[in-house]
Design a binder for this molecule. Structure first.
Ligand SMILES: C[S@@+](CC[C@H](N)C(=O)[O-])C[C@H]1O[C@@H](n2cnc3c(N)ncnc32)[C@H](O)[C@@H]1O
Length: 467
């Protein structure tokens, strides 16, 4: 509450930033941005608006520490702005590779491929989809065979490397549509026709339990239908972009795959003239689960998934503290003092102590049902503080840092993410400029609402400046 009062003068509730443009919704059907439905993304319109409003110009270099499907990088490319993005998920790397090569695609080659797919019928193949445990039975046998047929077919086509990557990304982008699953918040929902649900219901029958509530996805298109539809959209977008010369090839955008916590500390001082980003929210969403199908498709195995989950910013109850590895990293860079400085900032933060104590108490009283939540929130606050510290170091004077985030609530305890990090940023040296608040507010998960009632949870955009 103290933080709320301290920063209430910064709150600016505005319709300029609504839920549509601050989410992937705003990218649906949008040239190139719509190619892969990255539900956690924000929109091209938002990034364009912020670039204009905060005076980031052609020739500047933007930082996007959590670049996801590359929205910020792609907008930067269209405006001649250099950018560096960090992202941990390999699926995002493939998406970026496909989206960033518009100038290299050959429309005639693509047209030929679409025609070939239209006239050919998928054959039986021996390959099997490299499932993870959580993706088993996600497709019907026919769909799984066809997916592998096209996978192999793409590998064997005599085409440019860029086009092969594009096709691989398009095949990845249709996995959800042709599967028995739907991404739904933290989880995948499973259609009742999937063998996974049928097996579960059999077990429940033996246990005298009711069947799992039916979820029917409706008609599931064939792989061929879905592929042709997506390819046509991609073809039209590429044609349009080439005709209207939308993509600047003089500026440079680097997508660096890996954890920003490990990589940003290695970037030189005062490199960036702007930061536009949306960190993962502290909401228990595990991207390795949501994107299980796509990760499996890329051949990522169980052990690699566990590693990716650990390296993500702590947003799941499975995450373990990264402090030890961060200390090693900073020591190896000869920068142990920066590690200690970050610790000092947090130790001196009353809000940090209060949030952790409040959650600990709720855990002791049995109100928090998983100790992992207490640790996750603490680690999330620590890790994002490290990122903010590195942003301060790597930004030039005058740079605006613009971050989208959501408040979260656990067992009735609201974590004021935006004001918490505004205070941390201020301690580090940034000047808080504004906190835009989105007009509609949402509650928390249905479980939480049942027990603790619906409280409006803020979604906001914080703006700080290095002066
Ligand atoms: C809210 S999304 C950002 C989406 C992006 N703005 C877009 O438009 O696609 C947050 C991203 O942070 C990534 N992420 C999580 N932990 C990370 C880490 N340690 N280093 C780099 N990226 C990370 C997630 O994989 C996710 O793609």
């Amino acid at each position: 509450m103290l933080l709320e009062n301290k920063y209430s003068h910064l709150f600016e509730e505005t319709n300029e930033y609504n839920r549509k443009i601050v989410s992937f919704q705003g990218n649906k059907g949008k040239n190139i941005h719509g190619w892969f439905k990255y539900k956690e993304g924000f929109s091209e319109e938002l990034v364009k608006n912020l670039i204009k409003k905060f005076g980031i110009k052609s020739g500047d270099t933007l930082l996007e520490p959590f670049c996801g499907s590359g929205t910020t990088l792609l907008v930067a490319k269209s405006l001649g702005i250099n950018a560096i993005g960090f992202e941990i998920l390999p699926i995002c790397h493939l998406i970026w590779q496909a989206k960033s090569k518009i100038a290299q695609y050959n429309l005639q080659e693509l047209e030929k491929i679409i025609k070939l797919i239209e006239i050919n019928i998928p054959q039986q193949v021996d390959l099997t989809f490299p499932h993870l445990k959580i993706t088993q039975f996600a497709f019907s046998q026919e769909i799984e065979n066809d997916l592998m047929f096209y996978y192999q077919w793409i590998e064997n086509l005599d085409i440019s490397q860029e086009t092969r990557i594009l096709l691989k990304m398009i095949l990845m982008s249709i996995l959800e549509e042709v599967s028995y699953t739907r991404k739904d918040g933290q989880y995948l929902r499973w259609d009742y026709r999937s063998e996974k649900i049928q097996q579960r219901n059999q077990t429940r029958l033996i246990q005298n339990k009711k069947n799992i509530k039916i979820f029917n996805k409706g008609d599931i298109p064939s792989v061929k239908e879905s592929l042709v539809k997506s390819l046509n959209i991609v073809f039209d977008d590429i044609k349009f972009s080439k005709m209207s010369n939308l993509m600047d090839d003089k500026s440079k955008q680097d997508f660096i795959q890996g954890s920003v916590l490990d990589l940003l500390p290695t970037i030189e001082d005062e490199k960036f003239s702007g930061v536009i980003s949306s960190p993962p929210y502290c909401n228990r969403y595990d991207y390795t689960r949501t994107y299980g199908l796509e990760l499996a498709y890329l051949g990522i195995n169980e052990q690699e998934i566990r590693q990716l989950r650990q390296n993500q910013l702590s947003c799941t109850v499975e995450n373990r503290s990264k402090l030890e590895s961060l200390e090693k990293l900073y020591t190896s860079l000869g920068q142990h003092h920066r590690f200690l400085y970050c610790q000092k900032i947090l130790n001196e933060s009353k809000a940090f102590q209060e949030i952790n104590n409040a959650l600990e108490k709720r855990w002791e009283r049995g109100e928090v049902n998983n100790k992992g939540i207490v640790l996750m929130v603490k680690d999330y606050l620590i890790e994002l503080t490290f990122v903010i510290l590195e942003m301060y170091r790597t930004c030039k004077k005058g740079t605006y840092v613009i971050l989208v985030n959501d408040l979260v609530k656990y067992s009735g305890e609201i974590i004021p993410i935006d004001t918490f990090f505004t205070e941390i940023a201020e301690k580090i040296g940034f000047s808080p400029i504004t906190i835009y608040i989105l007009p509609q507010r949402k509650g928390n998960s249905s479980q939480q609402m049942g027990k603790f009632g619906r409280t409006a949870l803020r979604k906001s955009i914080t703006v700080w400046q290095k002066e």
